[in-house]
Design a binder for this molecule. Structure first.
Ligand SMILES: CC(C)(COP(=O)(O)OP(=O)(O)OC[C@H]1O[C@@H](n2cnc3c(N)ncnc32)[C@H](O)[C@@H]1OP(=O)(O)O)[C@@H](O)C(=O)NCCC(=O)NCCS
Length: 154
């Protein structure tokens, strides 16, 4: 646990504590210094992978285990922020695609596309970072055989 200076964007977290302790919520008051102790309420891990397709090196990152403690779900978009941060990380690290196994309903709003239902792996979703690639290429048979068909379970 770490003591941090809380900013306006931490207001939801401040109000969770105030609601629990006093049954009240507050606005963020700029003239006050706000201190708090952080703890992890939401988690995700990223697994970088390098693959070779048709003699080309491809950099993929797998998103794993996105999770939010049940009492913090649906409050402040914690998981959404972690997905956005993960996509930003992928862009900064010259990743070609982000891939995950997950619920299409949740991830499609971030721009993830479901790969065709092949190899019994019908819940892989991908997000194209490197715009040199297009969906037609990556859903082609060669990609299905070499990449999506062999995707490890992260
Ligand atoms: C899925 C999960 C990570 C979302 O965490 P969160 O911090 O509440 O997420 P956010 O606040 O960013 O988003 C919540 C929104 O997503 C929606 N949502 C959550 N799970 C969803 C799903 N499977 N399909 C569609 N929408 C979903 C919520 O209804 C909510 O909608 P709203 O914004 O319209 O109210 C959390 O519910 C969780 O830990 N679930 C158990 C583990 C899990 O299933 N992880 C996903 C692995 S692929």
């Amino acid at each position: 646990m770490e003591i941090i200076n809380l900013k306006k964007e931490n207001l939801d977290s401040i109000n969770i504590v105030l609601q629990d302790c006093f049954g009240i919520s507050t606005e963020y008051e700029e003239d006050k210094i706000h201190l708090g102790i952080t703890d992890i309420v939401s988690y995700v891990s990223l697994l970088p992978l390098e693959l070779k397709v048709q003699n080309k090196n491809i950099k993929i990152v797998g998103i794993c285990a996105l999770s939010t403690l049940s009492k913090f779900r649906g409050r402040g978009g914690h998981a959404s922020k972690l997905i956005q941060k993960s996509l930003q990380w992928a862009k900064e690290n010259m990743i070609d695609f982000v891939a995950l196994y997950g619920d299409c309903n949740f991830y499609s709003k971030f721009g993830f596309k479901k790969i065709p239902n092949l190899y019994g792996k019908n819940n892989i979703m991908i997000y194209i970072v490197n715009e040199d690639f297009n969906l037609e290429d990556i859903f082609s048979k060669v990609w299905m055989d070499n990449v999506w068909g062999n995707m490890p379970k992260f």
